[in-house]
Design a protein around this ligand. Structure first.
Ligand code: FES
Length: 114
């Protein structure tokens, strides 16, 4: 059994410039993943919460794409302040950060208002 309470998967996929699908790396996901790791440390959650690198999560149009398990909540994360809000509210308090929910991916969650 995993010792982690949460896994935060951040898409770091990179495609060549000009690819019509784009990619999360071009939208800053590499730096955002690093910032998730810093926030894990800042909040004293190292060994409890893990920020994982992920390949394409097939939600490229909404990137940078992030999914958090075990809840299976999908977020788009555009800047470091979004990371901090997810870490403090979702991870810290079990709240869903409605304003960052990825469209069309969270409709079955009981806690999400549509
Ligand atoms: S490139 Fe990030 S979800 Fe596809």
């Amino acid at each position: 059994m995993s010792k982690f309470t949460h896994h935060i998967f951040v898409c770091l996929n990179e495609r060549p410039k000009g690819d019509p699908r784009g990619c999360c790396a071009a939208l800053g996901s590499v730096g955002l993943h690093a910032f998730f790791k810093k926030e894990v440390e800042r909040l004293g959650l190292k060994g409890i919460v893990r920020a994982n690198k992920a390949g394409c999560l097939d939600q490229c149009e909404y990137g940078p794409s992030v999914v958090i398990y075990p809840e299976g909540v999908w977020y788009w994360v555009g800047k470091e302040a979004d990371v901090t809000e997810i870490m403090e509210r979702h991870i810290g308090k079990g709240e869903i950060v409605d304003r960052l929910l990825m469209p069309g991916k969270n409709g079955s969650l009981p806690m999400v208002q549509s």
